[in-house]
Each structure stands twice: as C-alpha cells, then as structure tokens.
Design a protein around this ligand. Sequence first.
Ligand SMILES: CC(C)(COP(=O)(O)OP(=O)(O)OC[C@H]1O[C@@H](n2cnc3c(N)ncnc32)[C@H](O)[C@@H]1OP(=O)(O)O)[C@@H](O)C(=O)NCCC(=O)NCCS
Length: 176
Amino acid sequence: MRPPDYREQITLAGTPITVRTLWPEDRAIEEAFVRGLSPTSRYLRFHSALPALTPEMAERFVHLDYPDQMALIACVPDGAGERQIAVARWARPKGDTAADLGIAVADAWQGKGLGTALLQRLLRIAERAGVEQLAADVLYENHRMRALARDFGFRLAPHQDDPHTLLLVRQLNDRQ
Ligand SMILES: CC(C)(COP(=O)(O)OP(=O)(O)OC[C@H]1O[C@@H](n2cnc3c(N)ncnc32)[C@H](O)[C@@H]1OP(=O)(O)O)[C@@H](O)C(=O)NCCC(=O)NCCS
C-alpha cells in the first residue's frame, strides 16, 4: 500500500529542514545520501564496508509497501532541488510482528538532534501503522545510536550470535 504522505517543516541549527515521506522518485537523492556518508557512518549503518547502495538495495529502499515498510527523510534545499541529509525507516518481513529499524544522519548533521527528530516522528507513524515492535542491531561501539535508543526507551540486549553487536528492542502501542 502507498505510505502516508507525511510532510513537516522543522528548523534545526537555524536551518529549515523538510521531514517527509520517501518516494520512489527520491532514488537519486537517497543514493547520493548513502554515497556521501563517511565510511565510518556507512559501516555503523550497514555493518559492512559498502561504498554505495547496490541497484537492488536502492530499488528496495525507495519502493515502500506500507504498513510493512515506511521511511522518512530529512531534506534541505539544494539549487532547484533537494539534498537528503537523513533517513529513518522500518521494514517488517511479511507475517512478522517485529520490524527492523534503520536510521542514518549525514555526518555534518550528526549530534544536532536530527536523529531524535526523525525517530520521534517515525515512532508515532509506526504506532499508527500497527507495528508492534521495532528492533535494530547496533555495533557495540556505536555510542551515539545507543544513547539515542536509550532516550526512546529501547531495551539493549546482547546479540545471541555476535559479541560486537547489541540488539535494540522497543515495544509499541503500550505493550511494553
Ligand atoms: C546514530 C545517529 C542516527 C544519531 O543521529 P544524530 O542526529 O546524530 O543524533 P542526535 O543529535 O539526535 O542525538 C541523539 C543522542 O545521541 C547522544 N549523542 C549526541 N552526540 C553524541 C556523541 N558525540 N557521542 C555520544 N553520544 C552522543 C545524545 O544522548 C543525544 O541525545 P541528547 O538529546 O540527550 O543530547 C547518527 O549519529 C548516525 O547516522 N550515525 C551513523 C549511522 C548509524 O550509526 N546508524 C544507526 C545504525 S543502528
């Protein structure tokens, strides 16, 4: 199903930012965003040295089948168009109650509250969509993501198979 058309203007660090639904026509700005992340940020997000999205990933990342998938992006004006500076998404395998959370903020924007602003909005939309649980694997050394998750009431548990990874879990719809 087509995702809800979310759109909001916010201001962070004195800069007007549009927070909105990611659409299939955003493929180029989504690819440019991932390519533009530092190797460290890409590694923290994808847990691999991936230099850019593969064509298959790019296709999958912008074609959202709501309510199993949803993504919000943050954009700033760039010439006649927009530049993506962050994304937060969930993807729930068919038939599962738990969805995987993915979030990334452009390096120059990290630590300014943008991850917080996106996650706040994504959680609200996920609750409305009937997502029961959000979960993410986070590398142990990813203190910023761990802090962000803690602020939002995620539980942190050791990963069953990997001592370098923690599992973040947050129940939604008050079923804590
Ligand atoms: C993790 C990430 C999404 C957080 O987004 P962000 O915009 O940088 O985070 P915010 O500015 O909203 O800060 C969130 C919290 O992180 C903590 N934080 C901020 N800067 C920090 C730093 N330098 N070191 C440790 N914690 C820090 C704070 O607790 C902050 O909450 P506060 O409001 O109490 O200050 C972002 O840093 C990122 O994209 N990292 C690379 C990709 C990644 O790790 N993705 C997550 C994969 S699971």
